[in-house]
Design a protein around this ligand. Sequence first.
Ligand code: FUL
Length: 498
Amino acid sequence: MPTRRTFLAAAAGLALPRLPGGAMLRPERPRPSPAQLAWQRDELALFLHFGVNTFTDREWGDGTEDPAIFAPAAVDARAWARTARAAGFRALLLTAKHHDGFCLWPTATTRHSVASSPWRGGAGDLVREFTDACRAEGLRAGLYLSPWDRNSPAYGDSARYNDLYCDQLGELLTRYGPIHEVWFDGANGEGPNGRRQAYDWARYWALVRRLQPEAVIFSDAGPDIRWIGNERGDAAETNWSTVDPGAVPFPGATGDRVMAMLRHGDPLGTVWRPGETDVSIRPGWFHHPAEDDRVRSAEDLVELYLTSVGRNSKLLLNVPPTRDGVLHPTDIARLLEMRRRLDATFAPERRARPSAARPATVAIADLREDITRGQSVARYAVEGFDGSQWRVLSRGTTIGHRKLDRFPPTVVTEARVRVEEGEGEVALVVWGTGNGERATGNGERGAGVEAGRGERGEGERGEGRGLSSEGKSGVPQHQPEAQEADGRGHDPPEPLGR
Ligand code: FUL
């Protein structure tokens, strides 16, 4: 229903924000649901890839793994959650089943699970330990249930497998209390009998809605949260939380239009579907001892924060447990250092409140739209007054939940944001070294974000991704068969560029 305000604006032909090319934003803009809002405000979630691959040192298991290999000596889900909380993460997401089909909970649907492993004498339930740990630490729990299953004999026998998959979803969504996010991967390779499966997405999603109405559903095609289009940790500068749902018809769909919609969203989109940025702290998604010295630096993690949370996305950072079932000390140290740097950068005393009497050095603009009313800003400029004139500090397109812009440290007596296209209030906070101090930019004060570095070029930062490159496509991007050359079944790691 048009509100009186939008009706008047439309009637008068005024005030509707114009977009490049003359298009106008819809007067009735989509808005986030309470669950989508909570999801976005969490900003940081920890992804945990753990399973038989941890023991075979592979990225994709082929489904023939013997459950007996799953024997973590010291699984401590509470410690995962404690680390996450200490590092400022508000949610965790566990691979309850990856493409190899091994289930981390004692499911009635297959014997290929922890129940057939020596772990906890076959009486363990890692999904239970995980969800209990999240709750005990006050964090939200999410689950990844891979639809591609290289173990299940039913896979490819479409109706039978869809029933089995729904039974698995049913177990996960009824036994463990509230689940905040259900993560659907679009991978659709061959099953053990060489057949492909026709997934029944509408049925899966309807089941989630029925069993966990408060959960958000992630996939390329949402319906609540969309993939951001790469696994490099790099959300696009122009990132609308609204999409045209027709452009991404199913998870795993490919093509330029699909990628553009995942990357940028659509200002005229009819559906609210913000993007999630999934990326690993290591080259692979699973833990590989050979990658223990290839963990992203704290500086790089801060950079990821800026290119995801700071671009209207949410960061889902993968930190895989080791064979013992604990997080690696290097990964923990990097996470905690990332937190220290972020806290130092955004510490209350670094918040600049410039005035004519007390000029301040500013280096970061922190912009927010009130997304409870939708997203509208399509172009803006942040400006600082230097005592005699206004100068542009940064410029950008979309803002959404949060946009973080770095610029060379600049002394100003006033700062403002000018919305050039779009409407609505934008909240601006500027960060620097506080009133009357000069930015050092050398981390001396513990700042994590060096001012004035500007944008790094593509590829300069290591890409640190696991398997898929462009496209979480329906057909796996990198068939494991092609990856066996290094004997581990995953791509040779790419340089992290540190
Ligand atoms: C991809 C999977 O193929 C990877 O193994 C990993 O789980 C990643 C998050 O999603 O599609």
